[in-house]
Structure formats: C-alpha cells, structure tokens
Write a protein that binds this ligand. Structure first.
Ligand code: NDP
Length: 438
C-alpha cells in the first residue's frame, strides 16, 4: 500500500488476485522463493506525459497521457487506451494488471499493458479529437511498436481515434507498420469481428457457463449496462441466442424497453449520432413503450432480469445492486467491463450461488481478436467474418473450460474468479520463472 498510495482500484484488483493464490503457493513454494507474486504486481515500466493541444477556439489545452507496460513475459505489451476524465495512474495500473492475466488466459503470445488520458472526447469536435490524438501519439510513438507494445481501444477510444493515432504514427516513423495498433478499420489492416469481439465474447462465455447448469439464453431476460462498444455487441449476440435485453444505459441514466431493446435504434443513437441514451426514446416515438430513468434516480440493476451483463465501467455494480439482483432472481452475471462488480457484490453473488463470470476471463474476446488482427497483419492476410468469429467462439470456450477445470483442480468447483486468477497467474509466473530474474 505504501508503494502505491492513493490507488484504490489498483489495490482492489491486486487484492482480488492475491486472495485466490493461497492454494497455488501451497502447492508451488518456488513461486514464493522466486518472488513471483511481488514481481508480477510491479509494472515493468510506467510512462506519464504531457499532451498539449489546441481546441477550436484557439485555446491551448493540457491533458495527461499514460502508458503502463505491465508485463512482457509472454509477448509484447498489449492492452487498450482509455480516454475518460476519470483516468489517472491508479486506474491505468489496475487495468494493466488485469490485462496481464486476461491476456495469459487467451493462451496467445501477448503481454499486458494499458494506457490512456484524462481527455474526454465527449462534446469535442472531430478536429479537436484529431489534434488531441496526434499530440498523444507524438509522445506515445517513442514507446510502442509491433514487437514492443501494441495498444488498442477502450472507453472513449474507437475506430475514429485509432485511425487518427495510426495516421500520426505512420507520419512520425515513416513506416506503414499495421501491427502497431489494433482495432483498425478494415482497409488498413483491421480484422473483421474485432468491433464485435468483446461483447460477442462475453456472451459466448456466459452461454458456456449457463450450459454447465443445462441453461441457455433462450427466453431469458437480460440487462446490459452501458451502451458503448461492449454493450451494443453484447445486446446483438444475446438477441441472436434468443435472450431479450430489456435495459441499457450510459452515464446519464438508463432506458427500459420491455419489448426488447431495438438494436438498430441503439446503434443509430450511439454509433451514428454519438448521442445520449435518452435519444433512444425520442427516436422510438411516443407510445413506443420504453421509458428513461435519469442517473441518480435509480440503478439499472433495479430492473428485474435473469442474466446481468455489466458492460460500462469499474465498480458500477455495488453490494446493494447485487442484493437487488439476487432478490429479483438473477441466475448469472457475465462481466463485459473490467472489474464492474465491487468485492462486496461478488461476495453476495457467490453466497447466493449465482454463476459469475469475471471480466478478466469473460471479456477477453476483445484482446484475443486483437491478437488475431496482429496475426493477420503479420501474414498480410484478411480473414472472413465467419472464420474470425469461429476462432473467437473457440477461444472463449477454451478460456471458460480452463477457468472451470482450474477451479475444480483447486477445490472450488464453479468459482470462475478463482479459476481465472490461478490459471492466468500460473501461465505468467511460469514464463517469468523461465526467463530468470527480470
Ligand atoms: P465505450 O466508450 O464504447 O462505452 C462505454 C460505456 O460505458 C458508455 O455507454 C459510457 O457512457 C458508459 N460509462 C463509461 N464510464 C462510465 C461511468 N463512469 N459511469 C457510467 N457509465 C459510464 O467503451 P467500451 O464499451 O469499449 O468499454 C466498456 C468496458 O469494457 C470498460 O470497462 C472497458 O475497459 C471494457 N473492455 C472493453 C474492451 C473493448 O474491446 N472495447 C475489451 C475488454 C474490456 P457515457 O458515454 O455516458 O460515458
């Protein structure tokens, strides 16, 4: 704690993993002997930089940029960039720490990292976003590369921002290095199904988890928080599996549509107009049967459901929300976001016997498909949507089975938190051990 003051999210993420590791070190005292737990908690490198840019009024703005290169034992650092006013070094460290385990769980040759800025793209013009991205990349470009560190998107960073950053990287380095960023558009080396991958992946994972209790999405009522990249494609996949999504949200509130969220409308509001979730109602028209609840006047988790898929941000689902979900009969939770459930919420789900898929396993489909994008870039190939989605589905099933069998092996059947933490840790720790004291 004294080494990382004022970083509650980082402490929370580390504590959760350490709580799972007692059973491993009992079997493998060499992990203690080689200080693998201490080493894995310390990022290899942390970069913090100034991002100056000029807004549309000609005023100079200053933001702070971050890249935490957490662990490269398994491959180049890999993890997204987050642009949101709440970003600070503690948030990026928690995300980089989680990412290290998540990437290990995919079984692919990628290390863990994360980055971003306290810049908010919301309300900014296209030109402002471009100038910010160019300034951010001017510094970041010194630290990344296809064999070093490969950033992607996260909150506030989608195809538009990746495009501006790639353009600036190309200009600065005079290299068309497609593999330096993932989440690119198709024409310059992007992968089909990358946009959909995190939401689809969480849905595949949750489906596999439901199947262990002979259940499926068919006929189930589902609540998905958020309405960004992860949320939208969770809604799409849940609907294709026969589930009915009745609520989605953003930071201004949530919309309930008992008839089932109209996916095309949601995409129009969020992907085309970059609007607020209340605009869904305006487009649906009066008498459309949907209603909006303003932020602060209720929680999306008050909406009764069988399956909850928190897909917005960290600690959005509290102990109180978990109690409400349990009393409304929730049977499964699949985390699309990173660490969206508080430790108290996870404890309540565990005690109530609710199936719980932790983000570091359930949302790994995004980064796994980013690794497939790197694979396509390296071989100058471009796969079909079906081929890429089939690989994603297979990877998610493998991650699910690995977490489940690890939980069984360590005497905690059905505990996906323990299974994910141990399986991820063992892969990274074994690699670090092999590489010596690094
Ligand atoms: P987006 O920016 O596309 O969407 C984020 C959504 O969450 C928006 O609806 C946003 O609402 C809402 N949100 C963000 N912050 C808050 C907040 N503090 N309070 C309430 N609502 C909030 O991001 P993504 O969909 O890409 O990411 C969502 C989550 O999934 C994050 O935890 C991310 O780390 C995780 N994730 C994303 C991956 C990806 O491939 N994109 C991969 C793995 C994990 P508003 O617009 O009002 O801010």
């Amino acid at each position: 704690l004294h080494r990382n003051p004022g970083e509650p999210e980082f402490h929370q993420a580390v504590r959760e993993v350490l709580e799972s590791l007692g059973r491993v070190v009992a079997k493998r005292p060499d992990y203690i002997e080689h200080a693998l737990i201490e080493r894995i908690c310390e990022p290899e490198r942390q970069i913090i930089f100034r991002v100056p840019w000029v807004d549309d009024k000609g005023q100079v703005q200053i933001n702070r940029g971050f890249r935490v290169q957490f662990n490269s034992a398994l491959g180049p650092y890999k993890g997204g960039l987050r642009f949101h006013p709440s970003v600070n070094v503690g948030i990026i460290k928690f995300l980089g720490f989680e990412q290290t385990f998540k990437n290990a769980l995919t079984g692919m040759p990628i290390g863990g990292g994360k980055g971003g800025s306290d810049f908010s793209p919301r309300g900014r013009s296209d030109g402002e976003v471009m100038r910010f991205c160019q300034s951010f990349m001017t510094e970041l470009s010194r630290h990344i590369g296809e064999h070093t560190d490969v950033p992607a998107g996260d909150i506030g960073v989608g195809g538009r921002e990746i495009g501006y950053m790639f353009g600036q990287y190309k200009r600065l380095t005079n290299r068309y290095e497609a593999g330096v960023l993932t989440g690119k558009a198709l024409f310059y080396g992007g992968s089909r199904a990358r946009t959909e991958a995190t939401g689809y992946g969480n849905t595949y994972f949750t489906k596999a988890m439901l199947a262990t209790k002979d259940q499926s999405f068919e006929g189930k009522t589902v609540v998905v928080s958020g309405s960004g990249n992860v949320a939208i494609y969770s809604v799409e996949k849940v609907q294709s599996f026969g589930g009915k999504v009745v609520a989605v949200s953003d930071s201004s509130g949530y919309v309930v549509d008992e008839a089932g969220i109209d996916l095309e409308l949601l995409k129009e509001v969020k992907e085309v107009r970059r609007g607020r979730i209340a605009n869904y109602l305006e487009l649906k028209g009066a008498g459309g049967g949907a209603h909006f609840v303003k932020g602060g006047e209720g929680s999306i988790w008050d909406v009764p459901c069988d399956v909850a898929m928190p897909s917005a941000t960290q600690n959005e689902l509290t102990g109180k929300d978990a109690k409400t979900l349990v009393s409304n009969g929730v049977v499964a939770v699949g985390e699309g976001a990173n660490m969206p459930s508080t430790p108290e919420a996870i404890r309540i789900f565990r005690e109530a016997g609710v199936m719980f898929a932790p983000g570091k396993a359930a949302n790994a489909g995004g980064v796994a498909t980013s690794a497939l994008e790197m694979q396509q870039n390296a071989s100058r190939d471009s796969w079909s949507f079906d081929k890429t989605e089939a690989r994603l589905a297979e990877i998610m099933q493998t991650i699910h089975d690995n977490c489940a069998s690890t939980a069984d092996e360590y005497g905690a059947p059905g505990d996906y938190v323990l299974g994910a933490n141990i399986a991820g840790f063992v892969r990274v720790a074994d690699a670090m051990r092999t590489l010596g004291v690094i």
